[in-house]
Design a protein around this ligand. Structure first.
Ligand code: CO8
Length: 381
């Protein structure tokens, strides 16, 4: 268990949410997969009949909504995903002197966060990009965005799957409390669609693309009217193979297909559900207790957005009969699972209505396993 108690006086002063232009409904996704499966089964009928190949099973929009709560998702480009001859997005390669797609997404969210926090790039002295996948190893996406904004300071990328946002917010808090930065721009551009196997009915519906960003800074430097003071942060990781992506640059040396079986996102969703829900609820209960509160004192839970049934279960464990969509808002119906960005989207869309003095918790849980949370209080500045 890692527990971090920092001095008061660090705030999240603004967040930004950039939503991609394209949406895909469950029905559209299912039509593409079923057309693909029909053709695959027809073309491989003899091998399937002989037991050499397995038939591709069909997907169902009703299953998706019932099992996950997802109705639709945003993606950067839907055309290739819905083409049964392609079944993956088409994202043309860009030249080295053009902003890469993930940096472009992050930059859009970053500008919105800066505006909300009433900050200029010159007020920022560190940039952290946290995401489940990074478009390249180096130079860091964070440094590319730092360069595009003209920020003087340091920047780096980090990956902790679904907890990349909460863990990167925590690194911002650490940097500010240790004095290595005054104001940190945390950016979480989740470009998930290239890693989804859109021919696999178990996982084709789960993910969406999005970018979020947050300004974390010393309260005495904050220019916003109100902000969310960070009361405490908490992080935990426990190794699990139940959510894995084996896509790696080492595939070339291992003489294997980098996109072959098991190389894209895969999971044992049932096991994840069963193991992560109690871990997340216990983690959150412990965090609020360590801060001298009970879950009843928390006005809003901005929970990780992977599955509505998971969120309902965790909300029930925390709030009992007082659990409600108002206290634990859901955004995954519209955005799907946006990996690390989900809880920050919920915070961005469902925090302005709360009065000064309200308390809330941002929490992620997912691959690793990893759980990260930040307890917050709305303050007037
Ligand atoms: N249509 C019809 N039937 C289906 C479909 C479908 N699309 N998919 C599965 N089925 C079938 C199954 O094959 C199974 O059939 P059978 O009983 O014959 O074997 C039956 O329906 C039931 O399947 P499941 O048991 O798998 O169904 P569940 O009720 O468990 O629902 C879920 C599946 C929705 C995946 C659910 O288990 C879940 O959400 N679990 C939690 C998962 C979770 O939170 N994972 C976190 C992943 S994200 C993360 O950690 C970040 C990684 C970074 C990713 C970056 C982007 C790629």
């Amino acid at each position: 268990m890692s527990e971090y108690k920092m001095p008061r006086g660090i705030v999240i002063s603004g967040t930004g949410l950039w939503t991609p232009p394209d949406t895909i409904t469950n029905e559209e996704l299912v039509t593409a997969l079923n057309t693909f499966a029909q053709k695959y089964n027809r073309e491989n009928a003899a091998a399937i009949e002989a037991g050499e190949l397995e038939a591709k099973p069909f997907s169902s929009a009703e299953f998706i909504e019932k099992a996950s709560g997802i109705k639709s998702r945003y993606v950067v480009s839907k055309e290739g995903i819905l083409d049964p001859e392609r079944m993956r997005p088409y994202l043309p390669e860009r030249a080295d002197d053009e902003l890469c797609l993930q940096a472009e997404m992050g930059l859009k969210a970053a500008k919105l966060a800066l505006e909300k926090a009433n900050k200029k790039p010159e007020d920022i002295d560190a940039v952290i990009v946290g995401a489940s996948y990074l478009q390249r190893s180096y130079p860091a996406i964070a440094i590319e965005i730092q360069g595009a904004l003209g920020i003087d300071g340091f920047a780096f990328d980090m990956e902790v799957a679904c907890s990349s946002a909460t863990f990167s917010l925590q690194r911002a808090v650490d940097a500010i409390s240790s004095g290595s930065a005054k104001a940190v721009l945390v950016i979480n551009p989740e470009l998930a669609s290239p890693q989804v196997d859109y021919t696999d009915r178990d996982s084709h519906f789960i993910f969406g693309d999005v970018a979020v960003a947050s300004v974390v800074e010393r309260k005495d430097l904050c220019n916003a009217d109100t902000a969310w003071e960070i009361l405490g942060t908490k992080a935990k990781t426990v190794f699990s193979n139940n959510i894995r992506s084996n896509f790696s640059y080492t595939a070339r040396a291992a003489d294997v297909d980098p996109y072959g079986d098991g190389k894209l996102f895969r999971q044992n969703g049932r096991k994840v559900f069963k193991e992560v829900c109690p871990m997340a609820a216990e983690h959150l209960e412990n965090q609020v207790q360590e801060l001298g509160m009970t879950p009843a004192a928390i006005d809003r839970w901005w929970l990780h957005q992977a599955n509505i049934n998971m969120n309902n279960l965790i909300a029930k464990k925390l709030m009992g009969d007082d659990a409600s969509i108002e206290r634990a808002p859901i955004v995954l119906d519209r955005f799907a699972n946006t990996a690390c960005a989900g809880s920050v989207i919920a915070f961005n869309l469902h925090s302005d209505d709360l009065p000064v003095g309200s308390k809330g918790v941002i929490c992620s849980f997912g691959a690793g396993y990893s759980i990260g949370s930040l307890a917050l209080e709305k303050v007037a500045v």
